[in-house]
Write a protein that binds this ligand. Structure first.
Ligand code: ZN
Length: 341
């Protein structure tokens, strides 16, 4: 009679197992039938002491056989449920490849940074390393160490952004010359590209923020011929072998002698136009032999070493290189404009 109850439990357990559709339901099923304390089979085993001695062994064996059969069935069903759940998840996560993609707006390398990288590459080929310095400067590195007198007009608040509480926005990358020479002895051969700031009225050729690349070479026996050769090689590689370059005498506090380098206007070929102010030439920047007092200021012996320095506008170079007639176009960041290049 008890055996019939065991058989009935087995049938019921198998039927419920077939209906268990999730791992949670499988777990509940296992506790209900196979649980060590309160499972139905355990409860049957606990009735053994109430049976006649001869019935106890065969009863126990039959319960254990049912237990093994249920455990085997549980393993099979668990595998089926796992497979169903996986299939369901794949179905839910399926990507519809026929849906139209979300549009993306790719950016564009900025012309100024493209020009900067090209200039750096040219100077690398000429043997220069790249150095950097801070945009927030002090008067020593931006002016005094560069031999700029206290009353020099470039120090005026009309030409320099001074910060409340001291310091200034560097007006030239020449400050990097000083910072570099403070920590390096010759031979020195660096270019320093970066942003500089001057309170300018915005016009087709002027903007209060612009980019310069500074060059500095200090070694024994450096001459003005080395300076002209270096900048001419740069101009030929950047603007074409046939482009004319000229050097005009000029004055800067930190170089002696000093010069301005001009490159033939590529818009008009030298005949004169609005971009070149009808001169036929576009100013590239200033240059000259490093003033001995600047070398002294940073602890380099001017009796033994000479050097040259130059500073060029990167924005200006980008305008010439890519024939952009108005500097404001560079900073409006209109993708329709940038994509033309
Ligand atoms: Zn021109």
């Amino acid at each position: 009679m008890t055996l019939t109850i065991a058989d009935e439990i087995r049938e019921r357990a198998l039927a419920e197992l077939a209906g268990a559709g999730s791992r949670a339901e499988l777990d509940e099923w296992a506790i209900r039938y196979l649980g060590r304390e309160r499972g139905e089979l355990s409860r049957l085993l606990k009735t053994i002491p109430t049976l006649a001695p001869a019935e106890r062994k065969p009863f126990g064996e039959s319960i254990n056989a049912i237990k093994k059969a249920l455990e085997a069935a549980q393993g099979v069903r668990a595998a089926e449920v796992r497979s169903q759940e996986l299939g369901q998840r794949l179905l839910e996560d399926r990507v519809d490849v026929t849906l139209p993609a979300r549009g993306t707006e790719p950016g564009h390398e900025h012309l100024v940074y493209r020009a900067r990288d090209e200039m750096i590459e040219t100077f690398r080929l000429l043997g220069f390393d790249v150095a950097e310095g801070p945009e927030l400067e002090d008067e020593w590195h931006n002016f005094s160490a560069l031999n700029t007198p206290e009353d020099h007009p470039s120090r005026d608040a009309q030409d320099t952004f001074y910060l409340q509480g001291g310091g200034l926005l560097r007006t030239q990358t020449s400050s990097v010359q000083i910072r570099y020479m403070e920590h390096h002895q010759p031979p020195i051969r660096i270019v320093a590209p970066g942003r500089v700031y001057r309170p300018d009225t915005i016009t087709p050729r002027h903007y209060p923020l612009f980019h310069q690349i500074e060059g500095l070479l200090v070694d024994e026996n450096v001459t003005f011929g080395d300076l002209k050769g270096t900048l001419s090689a740069f101009a030929r590689r950047t603007f074409g072998q046939s482009r004319k370059v000229r050097f005009r005498p000029s004055f800067f506090p930190f170089t002696e002698p000093s010069a301005e380098m001009d490159v033939e206007c590529i818009f008009c070929g030298g005949s004169g136009c609005r971009v070149c102010s009808h001169s036929g030439w576009i100013e590239m920047g200033g240059c000259g032999m490093v003033d001995p007092s600047v070398l002294t200021n940073v602890g380099i012996d001017p009796e033994r070493y000479t050097g040259f320095a130059f500073g060029m506008g990167i924005d200006r170079t980008a305008m010439i290189r890519y024939q952009v007639p108005d500097i404001r176009l560079l900073w409006e960041n209109d993708l329709r404009f940038l994509r033309q290049f």
